[in-house]
Design a binder for this molecule. Structure first.
Ligand code: MN
Length: 257
């Protein structure tokens, strides 16, 4: 099995070291094509207005001046042309990709891109108890990642489906279990901006984090994190909301052909 490893935190991120260690337990044919710089929040964007540069920085190791989507495209179309991977792993992200995070996430988008190319793709993210730089703890992803990936690879995997795995912010031995979950819901409509003043007196803003909204009765990825479980969520790229099609046809009938 040939594995392509990528991420959105950049080729020097500690989570990439973890993911390479996970991949090494699954195969000895592992390739890294990752962004030269951090691309968190890049979503599924790709670079169209300037050239995309790729640089070999070591054996089977390439840095791309671009987004995670660029990385997957460059890997499949250039770096690994003619010997495409059987599996794409993206992460391990520094922080969760839960609920609507998946629409902003470069980590998940790299897996989406792999999925679009017909390659089985998995996004992995580690929720942190402590986000202090240098204190990041990926040990839970490292301990549990390989076995979960092995098991996930045994299922019949439909086209257009990717797998989103999140590890809870607890020590490896304190994980309560593995749960198949649905994408949760946050309250991102409630925008949370942090306003600060620069040394010259002008305001500037950081995106802060909004409150989570737990929806009772749903086995969501968010709930799994709260209950110290690993979440495994199947996502698909068909974003059509089929239940709304009937009502919409009704509303548009006088205008329809
Ligand atoms: Mn990230």
């Amino acid at each position: 099995m040939r594995i392509l490893v990528t991420n959105d935190d950049g080729i020097n991120a500690p989570g990439l070291v973890t993911l390479e260690a996970i991949a090494a337990q699954l195969s000895d044919d592992v390739w890294v094509v990752a962004p030269a710089e951090e691309q968190s929040g890049a979503g599924h964007s790709l670079t169209l207005s300037q050239p995309v540069r790729v640089r070999e920085v070591g054996p089977r190791r390439h840095a791309v001046k671009g987004t995670p989507t660029d990385c997957v495209m460059l890997a499949l179309g250039a770096v690994m042309e003619g010997f495409k991977p059987d599996l794409i792993l993206s992460g391990v992200n520094r922080g969760g990709n839960l609920a609507e995070d998946v629409t902003y996430s470069g980590t998940v988008s790299a897996a989406m891109e792999g999925c679009l190319a017909g390659i089985r793709s998995i996004a992995l993210s580690q929720v942190m108890a402590d986000y202090t730089a240098g204190m990041e703890d990926f040990s839970t992803a490292l301990r549990h990642g390989p076995d979960i990936i092995r098991r996930v690879l045994t299922i019949d995997w439909p086209d257009g489906v990717l797998i989103n795995i999140n590890f809870p912010p607890v020590k490896p031995g304190d994980v309560k279990g593995v749960r198949v979950t649905e994408q949760g819901f946050r309250d991102y409509g409630n925008i949370h901006l942090v306003k600060r003043i620069d040394p010259r007196g002008f305001p500037y803003y950081w995106h802060g984090f909004g409150k989570e909204k737990l929806v009772p009765g749903h086995e969501t990825d968010l709930k799994a994190m709260h209950e110290a479980c690993i979440s495994v969520t199947p996502l698909h790229l068909d974003m059509t909301h089929y239940q709304t099609m009937g009502a919409l046809r009704g509303a548009l009938t006088p205008l329809a052909e």
